[in-house]
Design a protein around this ligand. Structure first.
Ligand code: CFM
Length: 544
């Protein structure tokens, strides 16, 4: 028999989270900790600098550019200009998979290319070393494209990676070399790196191949990075539905696909945060509209496929999509029936990145679990509150450092894919183009939405709510597990996945069922609790 759990009033919870902070910090953090009420318009503070001294989950600008957006494309050779640590610690850690079609096809994903900047390069400049590294990489691999990623010292000493890139493109003739000023300190998180990567790809790659590919329904999938094989499952579904996937940004993608990506008729957007810039720019320059989708959760996957079919308006396609959805939903429903009795009524907390803390709530809903608190590490207000608030977002100095490209319609290639009337008709049918409503309206009343949560706040929330599963990343994983709470990594999926699409939903049901059913967690005594009892002389306290 389960006993209904009792919790303090939400206002008391918020007070508890803030109580130990110095007044100024508490005041600042208070604006990022919001008690959600889907019927009340709410404002959350997001995309601002983390308070120094707070243990944040965030990463850096270089991580967002090289690691997130550029990294998954297998045949762009990514050279990191900087000290070796920036490369070494980012080497193969994101689980973005790729599958070359032939054994001869280039795949640089397993490699780690770095200029290995030393002290004398920091003092005397590193451009010569960078030029040499490009020459060497070209000699050995003959890649079609080389991307240069700047780490912190490059910006501090003023190496001009763009000048080096231009010179090398001219010299090598058959290799497109382009640079990114994605120094780690730019902006306030990896979000700045996404924007810089989007700009660079749009300037140097998109639009270079105007071939019209075969296929009646051509799309791109934006903001899907093939973590744990997610893109493979989605590719399977598109193929079965008769959809031509020209490119994915950037899971399992190739340079050539990205060059041709502006020739499609629709962009589907998975992760709005990391790629909305390319969606917007492609629409302005070429007239390709974008549609926000979510392929996390069986029902959301079916809904997203149906919306896509509605967009094309083709009866045969709609019938095919219906057939695929019905067949797959029968399988997910059966899997859910097996897992749900063990997951129903359990509590989840999700603190991840800039889109998954929203998307994964769908899977937990299917499992009958409640998301009691959720938040992003580095999202912007629109990812929480919806795109309509974009004009009200205050642009601060940190965001002003990131270039906004001025895009105009292409004189030859701009062609709106739908008329204004067609767009309105689609909207009436629930297919709203260029729109994202964000996380908050989808969350229940009396739940918490917290931006850039700190380790301290996470621990407090866990003490109060004792969730059945906490979703975050590897930096949080082991401390939280030592507290006796299972942690599911929603960045790397631990060793699991895929979790996208129908097959992915089944994998997730099973993994979560196993995690929340295990009794081992209750037996854990956190080492610091044990130390308090057994060796009090080893425990430390904070002195203000
Ligand atoms: Fe988008 Fe991502 Fe995410 Fe992201 Fe990321 Fe990631 Fe993520 Mo880790 S692009 S915002 S910068 S969905 S690497 S595949 S899991 S934080 S929620």
């Amino acid at each position: 028999m389960s006993v209904a759990r009792q919790y303090p009033a939400p206002s008391e919870v918020k007070e508890e989270l803030l109580k130990k902070y110095p007044t100024k910090v508490a005041k600042k953090r208070s604006k990022s900790i919001v008690l959600n009420d889907p019927d009340q318009p709410k404002e959350i503070q997001a995309n601002i600098r983390t308070v120094p001294g707070i243990i944040t989950q965030r990463g850096c600008c270089y991580a967002g550019c090289k690691g997130v957006v550029l990294g998954p494309t297998r045949d762009i050779l990514n050279i990191v200009h900087g000290p070796i640590g920036c490369s070494y610690y980012a080497w193969l850690t994101r689980r973005n998979q790729t599958k070359p079609e032939t054994a001869e096809e280039a795949n640089y994903v397993p490699y780690c290319f770095s200029t290995d900047m030393q002290e004398d390069h920091v003092v005397f400049g590193g451009e010569k070393k960078l030029t040499k590294a490009i020459e060497e990489a070209y000699e050995i691999f003959k890649p079609k494209a080389i991307a240069i990623h700047s780490t912190c010292p490059v910006g501090l000493i003023g190496d001009d990676v763009h000048a080096v890139a231009r010179a090398m493109t001219a010299k090598l003739e058959d290799c497109n070399v382009f640079g990114f000023s994605c120094e780690g300190y730019k902006g306030v998180s990896q979000s700045a790196g996404h924007h810089i990567a989007n700009n660079g790809l749009f300037k140097h790659v998109v639009g270079k191949d105007n071939t019209v590919r075969e296929g009646k329904f051509r799309i791109n999938l934006l903001g899907e990075y093939n973590i744990g094989g997610d893109s493979f499952e989605l590719e399977r579904l598109f193929e079965e539905c008769g959809i031509t996937l020209v490119s994915t940004y950037s899971g399992n993608s190739t340079y050539l696909d990205l060059m041709n990506s502006h020739m499609v008729d629709l962009n589907l957007v998975m992760c709005h945060r990391s790629i909305n810039y390319i969606g917007e720019m492609m629409e302005t320059k070429y007239g390709v509209p974008w549609l926000k989708v979510n392929f996390i959760g069986a029902e959301s996957t079916a809904k997203s496929l149906r919306k896509m079919a509605e967009y094309f308006g083709d009866e045969e396609l709609k019938a095919k999509v219906e057939e695929v959805c019905e067949r797959e939903l029968a399988k997910t429903t059966a899997a859910l029936a097996a897992s749900k009795p063990k997951t129903e009524g359990k509590l989840a907390m999700l603190f991840v990145g800039g889109s998954r803390a929203h998307h994964y709530q769908e899977l937990f809903k299917e499992l009958g679990m409640k998301t009691i608190a959720a938040g992003y590490e580095f999202a912007h207000r629109d990812d929480y509150e919806g795109r309509e608030i974009i004009p009200n977002i205050k642009i601060d100095a940190d965001s002003k450092n990131i270039e906004e490209l001025k895009i105009k319609p292409d004189e030859e290639l701009y062609k709106p894919r739908k008329t204004a009337e067609e767009i309105e008709a689609l909207k009436a049918k629930g297919v709203e183009l260029g729109e994202y409503k964000g996380m908050m309206p989808d969350m229940a009343e009396h739940t918490f939405v917290i931006d850039d949560i700190s380790q301290y706040e996470s621990e407090k929330l866990i003490e109060i709510y004792k969730p059945d599963v906490f979703c975050a990343g590897v930096k949080e994983k082991y401390v939280i597990q030592k507290m006796g709470i299972p942690l599911k990594q929603l960045h790397s999926y631990d060793y699991g996945g895929p979790y996208a699409g129908f097959e992915g939903a089944i994998n997730f049901y099973k993994d979560i069922e196993r995690m929340v059913s295990s009794r081992i967690w209750k037996l854990i005594d956190a080492p610091w609790e044990k130390a308090k009892k057994e060796q009090p002389e080893l425990t430390a306290t904070y002195v203000a």
